[in-house]
Design a protein around this ligand. Sequence first.
Ligand code: ADP
Ligand code: MG
Length: 406
Amino acid sequence: MNIHEYQAKQLFRDYTIAVPQGIVADSPAQARLAAEQLPSSAWVVKAQIHAGARGKAGGVKVARSLDEVGAHAKAMLGTRLVTHQTDAAGLPVNAVWVEEASAIKNEFYLSLLIDRDSERLIFIASAAGGMDIEAVAAETPEKIVRVKVHPAAGLQAYHCRQIGAALQLGKEQQGQLQAIMSGMYHLFLAKDCSQIEINPLIETEDGHLVALDAKINFDDNALALHPDIAGLRDPSQEDAKEAEAKQFDLNYITLGGNIGCMVNGAGLAMATMDMVKLKGGAPANFLDVGGGTNKDKVKEAFKLILSDGTVKAVLVNIFGGIVKCDVIAAGILAAVEEMHLTIPVVVRLEGTNVQQGLDMLKNSGLGLVPAADLNQAAELAVTLAEVDAGSRPSSTLTPSMEGDRP
Ligand code: ADP
Ligand code: MG
């Protein structure tokens, strides 16, 4: 999970990481009021979205008067900001962060993440801060320094000295860096982060190290342990469909094809998508309804699959291991009936109570298309998706339910 810069800076403050003073605002009047309360003669107005590269996209503006603060806030709020880290639609700006402008002497890059190869936390730093770190890594990799921390020993002063030397910091700044790295390290562990990035970390004209930007990602699987962090979630910044899927505990990713896939288990979902591809089709989505799914989840899954109108056929591939096939069948029937489905639905069920499930589908009179195995299911879905609904012979829709068991 992602959070906003203003939320990340509050966490930084709690963990001894120096940040400029700022106040969040959701109207131009509030932004003006915020600036009035900040002891400064210049301010920076920053669009709050879950993406970086805002500076180059007009989402970070310097203001030298209260009127200018209000004007910048007015220009940003209520718009969608497109940066090279967002898609073409951009992300909605519902809040701005107004902070005191810093006099920048140097801009550095500093982040902390997990190095999966060595199974350690790793600090990554560069004297080439404020820039796209991927570009620095590609063009001038020698400007990037990496320092790994052994989990048993924890963060040591020498780790900080290594980074400080690479950034060519003075003695006073070295002490400040230690406080910042220590804060990052403890924050990372305490809140189960997956990444903390400060780009830029600046040295001010008067010699202070300050985090000018703040990005934190959290491990979704640990959010249940951190209700304070989970409470910072902003659904307006997430893909609407993927956010809706999350609400129902469905694992959903939008793809470009026209065959909607509903599968239980991520491995089976991958195999199903492979099979659709092998048969010459293209999946519209990845959807794992989970091992222990239920009727309501199946219904919601159908709604998600069908919500964008590009889907021409649905392929249901369920293995009833934990969940029973008759429960799945009930979910499918409820969804098909409620949504007045007109596109073909190919169903392959296997596992516990499979015959009961198949009988329910067969007796429903809803024209669902059963498949004996995954091979046939994928073939049928691809064929039916290609056939124009009007010219489709009705017999293709109802192949024999009798010979359904392999
Ligand atoms: P993003 O990474 O989304 O572009 P940043 O917060 O890194 O946003 O801001 C972009 C640039 O704007 C920074 O590299 C810095 O040069 C400048 N900037 C940001 N905040 C301030 C500030 N408080 N004072 C002065 N300059 C700032
Ligand atoms: Mg930045």
